[in-house]
Design a protein around this ligand. Structure first.
Ligand code: C2E
Ligand code: MG
Ligand code: MG
Length: 663
């Protein structure tokens, strides 16, 4: 037999015998079960004994036996009173635990249970011996056995001990007594068999009672553990072990409402580990998690007696006293920055001091977060308090998110066109559609005020679909009026491919306004293509299949320009305007641009440089055969009517090459 099997057999035997070790929970459960059972037992004994006392007293009085009172006292009353006393004591102790919930002094309950059981069995034996001598049934003994062994719950070994020893004592005693009917000594075979059967049944009941109790206790213990785990994880962040946001929200709300809290002295802090993403990419998730735990502990230690929680990802929030918060945040940032040299980690902190009666922690956290985001990439700044300037920006942000739908419905989203000219002819060969928000409250908003916000709140596709529709509508109106039109390039956000079927939207709108595919191009910014997302590639294939051209916008602005060129196919490459900065003084700009233009040709793409502001820049681009140019030198982005005015004034002219395909 292998040791595993042996072990399981031994454990099964131990379980049946009840010698296995119990957890504290099971012990308590067993104790509570016994105390509840003791209430019924003791009540029964009390009622019974009172009845016996009344009956005996009545008999003595009715038969005028008061002269023999001493005999009655010794033979009967004393027994009744002992039993009654034990019953009352047991009842009080059990009630103390069950009803009055006094859970201390368990030894008292256990001792009383033993004493009470002993007394019950003792009198069971005594009374039954008297009964036996009178030729009556030995029912009291049997009742008391059932009473003690079956109503109370014992470990089977203990039950066995009580039952067997009392049986042996009782039957040994009456075995020595002459039988009242025959006068013979000893039990008959029938009585022996009956007693054994009774002993066996009681013992079996004792085992089954114990096992039922045990399985119930274990089940409840499991449930209790699950509940405890659930309630722990409902307030604890699994990764870092500090509190989670559910806890933070509810506790900070309570704290802010306490009359004793001086709201003018508290601050909500929002922490963000700058460059955590790069750290994760370089060292992997496991190391990233280790870092998060470390940072969580550092923040907790740095703000004792404060509420500290993990907000999400690498973000933490703290509700603490305002004084010293800036110094502490700066010290933490220095410590975290010194962890390693390869990736510059910095802990950024946004702070929000609630004013007035404001108590909503969600809003407070949002504002602290906003303050924190406002210093992202500002390497010289690690702490920013939410103030009036940020408040205005924050309000605008809320406004943008809440108003995008109505802005679209009320035609507040406008398309401004910026011409793209041919460096050979100087004529307009394309227009870039750039969004503007003409707002009744804020006036004309540039994309910088709303694109990022709409991306953050995953609403950007609504704007881009609106721009597609406006451009297609403009095309249809122009051709209806016999006006010239050139291809328009549309800026797509990376999220458009995630949030909707943007390719289908483009096709739908083009079909609605009968815009030939030659008139619509799609610009995808370089940074959108850094993640290797299958669906982006798929969408680009579908665009190309439908006849649209794809431009790579802002080439050179990100970190993976060359990889993007390797992995994707583009028709036009837009050289980022930052290459032209310092054009006049920096001798390196010319060879760099010239090389990019060469590369573009080799990869069969058209080159376009954006941000052209001077004639000198334009001449240079023409000299190196960069086919197209775009910039303030020709025109800023303007509404269509203004653009047409520039053309009619002779300042710009449309290329003729698209006339023939305009329908
Ligand atoms: P972008 O696609 O790179 O657009 C070029 C930006 O450079 C435009 O800014 C334009 O006004 C500006 N620009 C053009 N020529 C010059 C120049 O000579 N000098 C200088 N300093 N700037 C020049 P704008 O219109 O503010 O747009 C900013 C960005 O917003 C765009 O960059 C584009 O990424 C995004 N955007 C604009 N409209 C939309 C849109 O409808 N959808 C999406 N998803 N993004 C848009
Ligand atoms: Mg663009
Ligand atoms: Mg660009």
């Amino acid at each position: 037999m292998d040791s595993q099997k042996k072990k399981s057999i031994i454990s099964a035997i131990k379980q049946i015998a009840g010698v296995d070790k119990h957890s504290e929970y099971v012990d308590n459960y067993m104790y509570a079960t016994n105390m509840r059972a003791s209430i019924y037992m003791s009540l029964l004994v009390i009622v019974l004994e009172i009845w016996m006392i009344i009956r005996l007293t009545k008999t003595i009085i009715e038969n005028d036996l008061t002269a023999n009172l001493k005999h009655y006292f010794e033979a009967y009353y004393l027994n009744y009173f002992i039993l009654l006393g034990a019953g009352i004591a047991m009842l009080l102790i059990a009630l103390r635990f069950v009803l009055w919930k006094k859970t201390d002094k368990k030894y008292l309950g256990t001792a009383m249970k033993w004493v009470f059981s002993f007394i019950c069995i003792y009198f069971g034996i005594k009374i039954s011996m008297q009964d036996y001598a009178k030729g009556e049934q030995i029912l009291t003994f049997l009742t008391m056995e059932l009473f003690v062994v079956c109503l109370l719950t014992w470990r089977p070994v203990v039950g066995f001990g009580i039952l067997t020893s009392s049986y042996l004592i009782f039957f040994y005693k009456i075995g020595k007594m002459p039988a009242p009917n025959t006068g013979e000594q000893g039990l008959t075979l029938a009585s022996q068999i009956n007693s054994f059967t009774m002993w066996l049944s009681t013992m079996l009941f004792c085992i089954s009672n114990y096992r039922n109790m045990l399985s119930q206790a274990l089940k409840e213990e499991r449930m209790e553990k699950i509940n405890a785990h659930l309630s722990r994880i409902s307030v604890e962040d699994e990764l870092t072990g500090i509190h989670n946001m559910v806890y933070f929200r509810s506790e900070s709300e309570k704290l802010m409402k306490y009359v004793t809290t001086d709201r003018s002295k508290v601050v909500f802090l929002f922490f963000d580990i700058e460059n955590f993403k790069s750290f994760n990419e370089k060292y992997g998730f496991i190391e990233g998690n280790v870092l998060l735990k470390k940072v969580a502990n550092m923040i907790s230690d740095a703000f004792p007696h404060s509420l500290v929680s993990r907000f999400s990802d690498d973000h933490f929030v703290v509700l603490t006293r305002f004084d010293q918060s800036e110094e502490t945040a700066e010290r933490l940032s220095r410590e975290i920055g010194s962890f390693q040299d390869e990736i510059h980690l910095q802990l950024k902190c946004g702070a929000y001091k609630p004013d007035g009666d404001e108590t909503d922690p969600s809003i407070a956290c949002d504002r602290a977060r906003f303050a924190c985001n406002s210093i992202k990439k500002h390497y010289d700044c690690v702490y920013r308090l939410y103030d009036k300037v940020l408040e205005d920006k924050f309000q605008l942000k809320q406004y943008i998110v809440n108003s995008i739908d109505s802005a679209i419905a009320n035609d507040c989203i406008k398309v401004y066109y910026q011409p793209v000219v041919s460096t050979k002819t100087g004529k307009i060969v394309g227009l870039e559609a750039l969004a503007r928000w003409k707002d009744p409250r804020y006036g004309l908003l540039p994309p910088a005020s709303f694109i990022e916000i709409l991306e953050e709140y995953r609403q950007i596709h609504k704007l881009d679909i609106c721009i597609i529709n406006n451009v297609c509508r403009d095309y249809r109106n122009a051709t209806k009026n016999g006006l010239p039109f050139v291809p328009v390039s549309l800026n797509f956000s990376r999220l458009d491919f995630e949030l909707c079927d943007i390719v289908e939207e483009l096709k739908k709108s083009a079909a609605k306004y009968s815009v030939p595919s030659a008139f619509l191009d799609v610009e995808i910014t370089e940074s959108a293509l850094t993640d290797q997302l299958g669906y982006l590639q798929d969408a680009m294939d579908r665009l190309r299949e439908a006849g649209y051209r794809i431009w790579l916008d802002d080439f050179g602005s990100g970190y993976s320009s060359m990889n993007v060129l390797k992995d994707y196919q583009f028709d036009v490459l837009k050289i980022d305007m930052k290459f032209l900065t310092g054009f006049a003084n920096n001798p390196k700009t010319r060879p760099i641009i010239s090389n990019i233009v060469d590369l573009t040709k080799r990869l069969n793409m058209i080159s376009l440089t954006e941000g052209v502001e001077t004639k000198e820049q334009f001449d240079f681009l023409a000299s190196i055969n960069c086919e197209r140019a775009q910039g303030f030198l020709f025109s800023r982005p303007v509404p269509e009517e203004e653009l047409r005015k520039l053309v009619s004034d002779g300042k710009l002219s449309f290329s003729e090459e698209y006339r023939s395909i305009q329908v």
